[in-house]
Design a protein around this ligand. Structure first.
Ligand code: HEC
Length: 160
């Protein structure tokens, strides 16, 4: 008796169906997805994304971490949250690790907190920002003490 060709036909049909099925949308790699999660929960967007706090976080992801033109003003001068999309797409991963471990910025950036982030998490943040790609303009340069910043700005002198 000849073997039935049916199993072969079923297998061929299954292969054809699989080949024709629409491919799923490209998913970011797990470390990139973890980087996105870290950026979401650690508050980088609150300052490094224009209007993020005002809009309760409702800013499209393509604008995340593109820096801010809203100054942080106190007696020491005025600072602007850096465009991290441009910065991290300009330096390599090892340089990012060194920067995060050694940098010391002016207020209100909690530079000391970056030192507490594990290498794996810093790499994930880096890979996420690389995955987003470069975007936006450089934030304005910091202003020295005594120079009035253009409005609007945030005035944050401590009250004693
Ligand atoms: C409270 C606001 C605030 C938050 C939150 C914040 N930053 Fe910043 N960040 C700033 C400001 C303002 C500067 C610029 C400081 C300066 O000019 O000295 C800065 C500077 C930096 C720099 C230095 C860039 C350079 O040019 O060397 C890095 C890197 C950075 N931030 C990363 C982060 C990351 C990563 C997070 C989240 C974990 C974060 N920041 C959260 C306000 C903030």
């Amino acid at each position: 008796m000849r073997p039935s060709p049916r199993p072969l036909i079923v297998l061929l049909a299954a292969v054809l169906l699989a080949a024709c099925a629409p491919s799923p949308p490209p998913q970011p790699a797990p470390d990139v997805a973890h980087g996105r999660y870290l950026v979401q929960i650690s508050g980088c967007n609150d300052c490094h994304t224009e209007d993020f706090m005002d809009r309760g976080g409702n800013v499209p992801e393509e604008r995340w971490l593109t820096g801010s033109r809203r100054g942080w003003h106190n007696a020491q001068g005025t600072t602007y949250a850096t465009n991290l999309r441009l910065l991290l797409n300009r330096i390599d991963e090892e340089r990012w690790l060194t920067l995060a471990r050694t940098m010391k910025t002016r207020a209100p950036m909690a530079w000391y907190r970056l030192r507490e982030i594990s290498d794996a998490d810093l790499r994930a943040i880096y890979r996420y920002v690389r995955w987003l790609g470069p975007a936006g303009e450089e934030a304005p340069p910091a202003l020295p003490a005594g120079v009035a910043p253009p409005e609007p700005y945030i005035h944050f002198p401590p009250v004693h």
